[in-house]
Design a protein around this ligand. Structure first.
Ligand SMILES: [Zn+2]
Length: 278
């Protein structure tokens, strides 16, 4: 990292539309043939307001058939086999679960996984899925060991270092080297839109002293940069800064493309992130 400056991250995203469904991706992973990933935009589904229209969150107050149809469209758009998907069973914690082919469809047609906010695998024909409405997706890929990971990270999981724990579990389970890993931090609420109480901002500043992730606008409040907190812990795990992409796609600001829990006061749908090995 640059002493006295911001680490040398990759920044920004690519946006494309396939079969009527938009997707945010990172060029660093798009350039690698061994992996597919994406993050869905909100259009192209069957749900009506306030879940319009590609709601991919099972917990919402609408018929399961709608959400299933939305997932079918999502799968078709991105070339995902419906039965290959496995969903995190999030609880805003830091548990990481290694999944295998026997876990296909867990959280869809089959019973959910144990509580976990991150899942990893080194197997093909399985698609890791997380759903989001301000919380970050964190993607990991080790092309040498052919292993992937995907986390759902809100402020609690981020403060608990869910991204770092996911990287470390990939090292322990699959023999990955964090120097070889690529990381992507996908769409989430940005620093300018995420106001927190001072006490929480200070906890983050103390936990991640290597980056400047807070600034103050009004007394008693701070603006908190969750993307930087995620990136800092991935560097602590040993992933080089230049292999970490920060998309800077703000769920709060991109109203036409993304749901936002905070903007919509909790009455909103959810996007989905996916990653799978080719
Ligand atoms: Zn924003």
């Amino acid at each position: 990292m640059n002493i006295g400056g911001r680490p040398n991250f990759k920044e920004g995203y690519e946006y494309s539309v396939r079969n009527g469904i938009g997707s945010f991706t990172a060029s660093s992973l798009n350039e690698l043939p061994g992996v597919e990933h994406g993050f869905s935009a909100r259009s192209g589904g069957v749900s009506s307001a306030p879940y319009d229209s590609l709601n991919l969150g099972w917990g919402r107050d609408e018929p399961r058939e709608n959400i299933k149809e939305n997932y079918k469209r999502f799968c078709k758009a991105f070339g995902i086999e419906y039965e290959s998907m496995v969903l995190v069973n999030y609880e805003h914690g830091t548990n990481v679960v290694s999944v295998t082919l026997s876990d296909r469809e867990r959280g869809f047609g089959k019973p959910p996984l144990e509580h976990c906010d991150a899942i990893i695998t080194n197997q093909r024909n399985i698609t890791l899925i997380t759903s989001h409405a301000d919380c970050m997706p964190v993607y990991l890929y080790d092309p040498n060991r052919n292993a992937i990971g995907l986390a759902h990270a809100g402020w609690k999981g981020t403060l608990g270092r869910i991204g770092q724990k996911m990287a470390e579990k990939m090292v322990n389970e699959f023999g990955c080297d964090t120097n070889d890993m690529f990381a992507v931090i996908g769409p989430c609420i940005c620093v300018d839109c995420f106001e927190v109480d001072d006490a929480l901002g200070i906890r983050f500043a103390e936990e991640f002293p290597s980056v400047e992730l807070c600034y103050r606008t009004v007394p008693g409040k701070m603006q908190l940069d969750l993307e930087l907190a995620a990136a800092a812990q991935l560097m602590d795990a040993g992933i080089p800064a230049e292999r970490i992409t920060l998309m800077h796609a703000c769920t709060f600001e991109l109203k036409d493309k993304l749901f936002s829990h905070r903007r919509d006061n909790g009455r909103t749908g959810a996007m989905a992130a996916f990653i799978k090995l080719n």
